[in-house]
Design a protein around this ligand. Structure first.
Ligand code: SF4
Ligand code: SF4
Length: 337
């Protein structure tokens, strides 16, 4: 059985307790944060288990390599503290169930993973991907399953993720370019945290895009526009890749505007909050986030996650800000859109 690697001793000696002190949805000082994380670690009740909105932020805030959010998720499941109504949780579990309806393109040693996001079947095209397409993988059989940490359900991940790894193993793929942070986070953070073996090298698609744009050299033209970036919750599982947003914007001549809610202070798109905490908080967070984009003078809102796009694209457009996925923005810079 797969067990979470969480080191309680690291918390005992921690002098910052950033995991909970920096939480944007709860207000804890260091002493209280220490008390609560120790309670959670020792399996005791904590209000954090009720109030956490599953933004994944604490996975980034902990600088000691511990996994506070995975631990919160474990404890919630043990104590049957649901984050959403049981019927919705069940519906999501059914959606991700392997049913033999996956799609696999040309099998090569290096392939793209679209996870279970059909948007990528339409978005991934053009010269940025000409050296790798049509080598892609899509469907539940290759689904990273990270979404279930939003639903306090690590047991389904522990059951399904090893099977997903076996499916990759059977393909013989050596490198997987993950088109979604959740996939990358699953293979580079979640699986190792549980001791689940990953039989390939995961590559974040930001890194792929950055390198591809550099290869295209002079074909890349500065866009000279101001953009706000909507950072998704799943990006918190790979904070070491976040710098590529700035790197890519620099390469394509885009001004990434200063915002109150950016980088570590990024706000959720609202989709998860709606499921985990209801409409009132989701609407409030969306409003603060979009007002911040407007105040920053952004002309475009650049998305990374298709779910963030679905939640916010129309709403930012109504505020006069053009929504675009980062792939579309990069394609614009090489004259494709
Ligand atoms: S989880 Fe990380 S940040 Fe939080 S108390 Fe433990 S070591 Fe410190
Ligand atoms: S996941 Fe987000 S809301 Fe939950 S404790 Fe961590 S930082 Fe706070």
């Amino acid at each position: 059985m797969y067990t979470l690697k969480f080191d309680e001793d690291l918390c005992k000696t921690c002098t910052t307790c950033d995991c909970l002190v920096m939480c944007q949805y709860m207000d804890l000082d260091i002493d209280k944060a220490k008390e609560e994380i120790m309670k959670i670690s020792e399996g005791e009740d904590s209000f954090v288990l009720q109030d956490c909105v599953t933004c994944y932020g604490c996975e980034e805030y902990c600088k000691r390599g511990n996994h506070p959010f995975y631990l919160i998720t474990e404890r919630r499941e043990e104590k049957d503290i649901l984050t959403s109504p049981r019927a919705i949780t069940k519906q999501w579990i059914n959606i991700g169930e392997p049913q033999g309806k996956y799609k696999v393109g040309e099998i090569k040693e290096k392939m793209l993973s679209f996870g279970f996001m059909p948007e990528f079947l339409r978005w991934v095209k053009g010269r940025l991907f000409e050296d790798i397409m049509p080598s892609f993988i899509f469907g539940q059989e290759f689904f990273c399953n990270v979404v279930y940490i939003h639903f306090a359900n690590t047991s389904i991940i522990k059951e399904r993720l090893p099977m997903v790894m076996d499916n990759f193993r059977k393909l013989g793929v050596k490198e997987v370019v993950c088109m979604h942070d959740e996939c990358y986070g699953s293979f580079a953070s979640l699986a190792p945290a549980y001791g689940i073996e990953v039989p390939f090298k995961p590559i974040h698609y930001f890194e792929y895009l950055y390198n591809r744009l550099k290869e295209l050299g002079d074909e890349v033209r500065p866009l000279n526009i101001k953009v706000a970036y909507q950072r998704p919750c799943s990006s918190r599982l790979s904070p070491d890749k976040h710098h590529f947003v700035g790197d890519i914007m620099k390469l394509i001549g885009v001004d990434l505007v200063e915002r109150r809610y950016s980088n570590k202070n990024s706000l959720c798109c609202g989709e998860v909050l709606r499921m985990a905490s209801g409409y009132e908080l989701a609407n409030d967070v969306q409003k603060r986030n979009m007002d911040d984009m407007v105040d920053s003078g952004a002309e475009y809102c650049v998305f990374n996650c298709p779910a963030c796009y679905a939640a916010l694209a129309q709403k930012v457009a109504k505020k006069g800000i053009k929504p675009i996925h980062i792939i579309g923005l990069c394609r614009m810079a090489i004259g494709e859109k």
